[in-house]
Design a protein around this ligand. Structure first.
Ligand SMILES: [Zn+2]
Length: 222
């Protein structure tokens, strides 16, 4: 069976992310992502030491006393977070999960939610080896699926309206200091906004561009 890879527009991914926020009444910039995943979605967040370096998630499953038919993953794994094939467990790298800086794991977990919400059908159609299916895709399809999950993560963690509010606060601060937003202050602004959403400055820079608030050519376009 060949599975059709969905070609999703950014606006469709954005709508999916904002519908979920609305459905679960997520309004806080710093909402507790793990709680949402566990309590609302019923997915157990399970920290694993050295997940990033695990060569075989099958071996990981065996350690968890899973039955042999669940030893499904045969290729090297270099990830921060990973959904199991039943979509009931999200493994997360323990060091990243316990780190003081939550930016990276937060984005990685939201990326996995991107697969969960956008690619559920593909996952179900390719059980129990959906990860191998993902890995065996043509490079362009694989990249597309990963980009879609990243786009979901950015939009889910940093929605347009809340981003605009935080950007306006930063513009006020710049103005009070007789500064304006330019290529130099962009880094500072992204850093400050990132702290509000617990994501990196890079994620904010991409979100500002995607929503048309900033462009490399024209600067601030709000
Ligand atoms: Zn992915």
């Amino acid at each position: 069976m060949s599975t059709e890879i969905p070609k999703l527009r950014y606006s469709q991914i954005g709508k999916c992310a904002s519908d979920i926020r609305e459905e679960y009444n997520i309004t806080d910039n710093k909402f507790e992502l793990s709680k949402f995943i566990e309590w609302d979605l019923g997915i157990r967040v399970t920290p694993k030491k050295g997940l990033k370096y695990f060569l075989d998630l099958g071996a990981l499953a065996a350690m968890e006393d899973y039955s042999s038919e669940q030893l499904y993953f045969e290729q090297p794994l270099e990830v921060d977070a990973s959904l199991d094939h039943n979509l009931k467990i999200m493994f997360v790298d323990e060091d990243l999960y316990d780190s003081d800086n939550q930016n990276r794991i937060r984005f990685s977990m939201a990326h996995e939610l991107g697969h969960y919400f956008l690619h559920k059908q593909i996952i179900i159609e390719n059980q129990p080896n959906y990860k191998n299916f993902f890995l065996e895709l043509k490079e362009e399809d694989h990249n597309m699926i990963e980009r879609q999950a990243d786009e979901f993560a950015g939009r889910f963690l940093v929605p347009k309206n809340l981003l605009q509010t935080e950007l306006e606060k930063q513009l006020d601060i710049l103005e009070q200091n007789k500064l304006s937003m330019n290529r130099i202050s962009l880094g500072f602004v992204c850093d400050q906004i990132g702290k509000e959403f617990l994501v990196s400055a890079k994620v904010i820079e991409i979100r500002l561009k995607r929503e048309g608030f900033w462009s490399d050519e024209d600067g601030l376009t709000l």
